[in-house]
Design a protein around this ligand. Structure first.
Ligand code: BES
Ligand code: ZN
Length: 640
């Protein structure tokens, strides 16, 4: 979704609520200070810079602590209560600007209760509105009394029937990238960090959990207290409310899930403590206290979300063979890359996702061995090549790591480029300088910038100084500028190979030359062998071959979400109608956007497919999270 940068720069606040003077216009994009260069350890804290996706001016006044007091009303589908924000007024400013979208603001008070003048500015697409509050230079607290809208973009309210156990309602949030502002008035930019605490009131028989210190069981009154002592950016604010149980996985980790899923979840995620140990051995202490995982109902729009202390995860990773746990390695890795060192704004999302995809691979290698990690790397490279193709080829600006998102929704960049090109860049560096030197460098980077935000410029400066001994010649040789600021894949990219997958290539070749499916030797194949096999087949594949594969391997009824989604995509491309009922079940039984998007997009390519897609979507849409709804609405031209 696009919004006009001109509009964004010109938003002026109307007079409201008895304001007697005209507030200054809010410019979300006025002269941001240039990003700091070459920070050497010990590092000087950089002042927050302005973010094109936030109305706030944290360089003037920054929020450093948030206190929420919220009541969760399932009938009204509404959160109601108070957000109290503690201010760090750096410039003696007489206003603070927060981000708000679809919030009803009842009243704003300061410190010990004096009424404050405030105004909500003009709405700018998905950015929502600036909430400008008049303060005194000495004001320490602003208290905002507000309610959310039933259609708040971060919130999904599930009826009992949409949960796995089917008995109690459920609420879940998804704040990344710029949706926190739909459930709390905050400075909604990753460049601002705050500690937080919360009181959350829920129906008595439900448990509330946040990205904070959490309870492990329900209490009698349904009032839960939370505390998050580490400073986090707003996109890591998270809340879930439901009929949830807890099982420990180790001393400092465990899993929450609905009662009917908890045993399977605890079995599937048994290796989590080993992953934490492996990550610490590589990148230094885990700084967040506990690491727990929440398995959500199937409508959760992502595979995983790295909410600190409590990763949110889709139940579609519960494959019953532990084969999809690299997703946990990924979300855990964010505890260093992303949550500890954070992209300053969404134009540098690769600093979160690319680093995390690299670290994910290293954790997987440490826990499951090099052969497994090599398979993941080869599949990752395939995803990168497809992403470059989808973006319009290697000269398209969206294939850069550092992006220009001015006037664009950060959603528009959430393809695989940041993940896979970012990871490939770090793999390339690792192979160029040697693993030992690179590991030391990366660990030093996470330490040096812990709980701070990072830009591409700062990272490149730190890299040149600390990994390349300040040598410009070496930086040129490694094509550092080209990797970060140019489109496409530089020619020095490291090429991963996998002997395991090479065997699959041989099977694909034989199958294409006429060997029947039943004769292919698939013994010992794991999920990743199958993904490679399916991706390597011609698209479309002829119907006789589709039927032959299906008869031999029962792919249409696969219980593995990754294999099933890849197979179903091939089925649509090949018009293999025998798989359509299974596809309809899949699309109506889970809301993970990564699985929905390619299937709906492929269906939409033909008139008959589009008709079927619309029929299925009409039924499925009410069960999807707003994040997935927005994506599929656009693909199908849904008007409601
Ligand atoms: N932080 C992301 C999810 C995200 C990215 C939400 C951008 C909103 C905007 C999370 O860590 C992630 O990458 N999830 C992936 C799984 C991962 C294994 C690639 C997903 O959900 O598919
Ligand atoms: Zn991620």
């Amino acid at each position: 979704m696009k919004f006009s940068p001109v509009l964004l720069a010109l938003v002026a606040l109307p007079l409201a609520m008895g304001c007697s003077e005209q507030p200054r216009p809010v410019k979300a994009r006025e002269a941001a200070p240039p990003s700091a260069s070459a920070p050497a350890a010990p590092v000087v804290k950089a002042a927050p810079v302005r973010d094109p996706h936030s109305f706030s001016h944290p360089d003037e006044v920054a929020v450093d602590h948030l206190k929420l007091d919220l009541t969760v009303d399932f009938e009204k589908r509404q959160l109601t209560g108070r957000a109290s924000l503690r201010l760090d007024n750096r410039t003696g400013a007489d206003r603070v600007i927060l981000d708000a979208r679809d919030l009803t603001i009842r009243r704003v008070t300061l410190d010990d209760g004096a009424e404050a003048r405030f105004a909500l500015g003009e709405e700018v697409g998905t950015l929502g509105q600036p909430l400008e509050i008049r303060i005194q230079p000495a004001t320490k607290w602003v208290h905002v009394d507000y309610s959310t809208s039933p259609t708040a973009g971060a919130l999904q309210w599930l009826d009992p029937a949409q949960t796995s156990a089917g008995r109690r309602p459920f609420l879940l949030t998804q704040s990344q990238a710029i949706l926190a502002r739909t459930w709390a008035p905050v400075q909604d930019t990753p460049g601002v960090r705050m500690t937080y605490e919360a009181t959350v009131r829920v129906p008595k028989d439900l448990l509330a959990l946040m990205s904070a210190e959490n309870p492990t069981q329900k209490n009698a009154d349904g009032v839960y207290q939370f505390r998050m002592p580490q400073r986090i950016p707003s996109y890591l604010l998270a809340l879930a409310v439901g009929d949830l149980e807890f099982r420990p996985l180790g001393q400092r980790s465990g899993v929450y899930a609905e009662p009917n899923v908890i045993e399977l979840a605890a079995w599937e995620l048994v290796d989590t403590p080993r992953m934490i140990d492996a990550a610490e051995a590589l990148y230094g202490p885990y700084r967040w206290g506990r690491y727990d995982i929440l398995i959500l109902p199937s409508s959760f729009p992502y595979g995983g979300m790295e909410n600190p202390r409590l990763t949110f995860a889709t139940p579609t990773i519960l494959a019953r063979d532990r084969s999809l746990v690299s997703l946990i390695a990924h979300e855990l890795a964010h505890s260093w890359s992303g949550n500890q060192v954070t992209n300053a704004d969404w134009s540098d999302v690769w600093l979160n996702e690319g680093f995390t995809t690299y670290v994910e691979g290293r954790i997987m290698e440490a826990v499951y061995g090099k052969e497994y990690a090599d398979m993941l790397a080869v599949l990752g490279r395939q995803e990168l090549d497809l992403a470059v193709q989808d973006a319009g080829g290697p000269t398209d600006p969206m294939t850069k790591l550092h992006l220009d998102l001015e006037g664009l929704d950060p959603e528009d960049s959430s393809g695989d480029i940041a993940y896979q090109k970012g990871a490939l860049f770090l793999q390339t560096l690792e192979h160029q300088v040697g693993r030992q030197a690179f590991d030391k460098f990366l660990r030093g980077y996470f330490d040096a910038f812990a709980f701070q935000s990072m830009t591409s410029d700062r990272f490149v400066a730190y890299l040149k100084k600390n990994l390349l001994a300040g040598s410009e010649a070496r930086a040129q040789e490694l094509k550092i500028q080209e990797w970060v600021y140019q489109p496409g894949i530089p020619s020095n990219a490291f090429v991963s190979t996998s002997t395991a997958l090479a065997k699959v290539d041989a099977a694909v070749a034989a199958f294409q030359q006429g060997t029947s499916a039943a004769q292919i030797s698939t013994e010992g194949w794991t999920t990743h062998h199958w993904l490679h096999f399916l991706r390597a087949l011609p698209q479309p594949l002829d119907l006789a071959k589709m039927a032959d594969l299906d008869a031999a391997f029962k792919l249409t009824s696969s219980g593995n979400s990754e294999i099933l989604s890849t197979w179903l995509l091939l089925a649509v491309q090949s018009r293999y109608e025998a798989a359509y009922p299974s596809m309809e079940r899949f699309l109506t039984s889970m809301g993970r956007r990564k699985f929905l998007k390619p299937l709906y997009a492929e269906l939409a390519k033909t008139p008959a497919g589009a008709e079927m897609a619309l029929r299925i979507y009409t039924k499925a849409r009410p069960g999807y999270h707003p994040v997935s709804q927005e994506t599929i609405d656009e693909i199908l031209g849904w008007r409601g």
